[in-house]
Design a protein around this ligand. Structure first.
Ligand code: C5P
Length: 217
């Protein structure tokens, strides 16, 4: 079994930024589990399934194969042999992932894949239920959060930098809605593991958060 660092938290808390930097510093593999949910979401979208069509989603899980490959040090997601990495961050895909991640068949589909990766490698894995469910015996557990306002501002700035038109109020409302869904679902809801360290990054720099995590290893 590899060394396991679990980083959970709500949308936009900076999990992936921190996890990537910690992984680089320690020479560990970064595993982005949200990308796997997004990969499956692309499968549902391709089939024209609506997020509330639970039965169709369960059936569609049977013919979806998600695989992970590391190319140029980055995680690529393959859906039935096709590299879908570039599509993962699209708004429509994120929405579909958020709306379908509460379905047990969807979570079961990805659980073994996530555990297998952590079995073979030293990992920094980020998501919503890593410390509570996927890797309950992780060596280090972090629950990374920040205020809704901070998270919405970060997302807003990121979109503006990429030349996208966006509305701050809308972004903040979306973030709150996604948190609500992740925290209130029946299976593996987003919550802090009892033995996780809570880090609120609202008033911290990226470097400070990375140092706090690395200090625990
Ligand atoms: O983190 P990211 O925004 O890429 O995740 C996409 C969606 O996947 C989230 O909105 C969340 O509902 C779901 N997810 C999850 N469990 C994880 C990782 C992501 O339910 N471990």
């Amino acid at each position: 079994m590899g060394y396991q660092i679990a980083i959970d938290g709500p949308a936009g808390a900076g999990k992936s930024t921190i996890a990537k930097l910690v992984a680089k510093k320690k020479g560990f593999v970064y595993v982005d589990t949200g990308a796997m949910y997004r990969g499956l979401a692309i499968h549902f979208l391709k089939k024209g399934i609506q997020p509330d069509e639970t039965e169709k989603i369960c059936k569609a899980c049977e013919d979806a194969e998600i695989t992970i490959k590391y190319q140029d040090g980055r995680q690529h997601i393959y859906l039935n042999g096709e590299d879908v990495t570039k599509k993962l961050r699209e708004e429509e895909v994120g929405n579909m992932a958020s709306l379908t991640s509460g379905i047990p068949a969807v979570r079961e589909k990805l659980l073994d894949l996530q555990r297998d990766l952590a079995e073979k490698e030293n990992v920094v894995m980020d998501g919503r239920d890593i410390g509570t469910n996927v890797l309950p015996h992780a060596n280090v557990k972090i629950f990374l959060t920040a205020s809704v306002d901070t998270r919405a501002k970060r997302r807003y700035n990121e979109l503006v930098e990429n030349g996208k038109k966006c509305n701050y109020e809308q972004i903040a409302a979306d973030i709150e809605e996604r948190d609500r869904r992740d925290m209130t679902r029946e299976v593996s809801p987003l919550c802090k593991a009892e033995d996780a360290l809570l880090i609120d990054s609202s008033d911290m720099t990226i470097e400070e958060v990375v140092e706090a995590v690395v200090g625990l290893i």
